[in-house]
Design a protein around this ligand. Sequence first.
Ligand SMILES: [Zn+2]
Length: 308
Amino acid sequence: MKKIKYCSSCLMPDTKPYISFNEAGVCNACINTNKKKNIKFGIDWTTRKKEFDKIISWSKSQNAPYYDAMVPVSGGKDSITQVHRLLGKGLRILAVNVDYGIKTEIGKYNLDRIPLMGANLIIFRPELTLHKHLIRLGLEEYGDPDLLSHTLLHAYPLHIASKLQIPLCLLGENSAFEYGGDENLASSSEITRDWFDNYAANKGMTAKVISKKYNIPYKNLWQYDFPDEIQKNSKIKAVFCSAFFPWDSNEHLQIAKKYGFKELKKSGEGTYRKFVGIDELINRLHQYIKVLKFGYGRATEHACEDIK
Ligand SMILES: [Zn+2]
């Protein structure tokens, strides 16, 4: 049996997808964290913030017909922070939430904070005969019930932005950078087809592949797929918030709380944090399967973040 190797700086095992180690045995996520913190060759966040302000001015100058900015939201602390980054700049903001029927009460409560913050909110509910079928397929064939839900959450808000000609889409974190991954994709500030196929979809299991393999007409699956016009249209910029502001769970929690975000009274199953993955019921199953597949769970991930 192969012995599991662990990062010499955090607790992450080498079973984690996309992880790699340098000569000193430090994982790519830890290396990126040091860049974030400005330790040697670090990121200059002051310049990044100026770039962000430039993008805001650019989006306003587009004189878009309906909204100036779109934010995909779950109602979690991170998406509340994304909305927060856009407030007070005179933008018309549209938040888009995808709800496939498994939202927790606390998740619903937190999502209700979004309109109170000053953003419009659309809640999209996909039809569930197909979506349940996709959840089952993901679970039985790939051990991942969220396989297609994840692509839907990423893709649908971008489709809305494209149709409504919204110039700025403020996405969450670039997971290739934050949690380790392909270097080219990790350094990108904008979402691309390549990024989507690898990080929104699970290693290329895109709507097109699923459509072919399981005989589901693509015309029913388009909303699960990346809208290529986002990448081609120079009038739309879809950028990661984490490219302009350090992505920090604990800071996001403090920001979200200012808007009334509630955390659990007791920590949930599988971790000691009270404010992560609390919006949706399926999260527990997803985390449990991760333990079976990779030999680590949510508590390890959170401990790694806290070490960093
Ligand atoms: Zn590490």
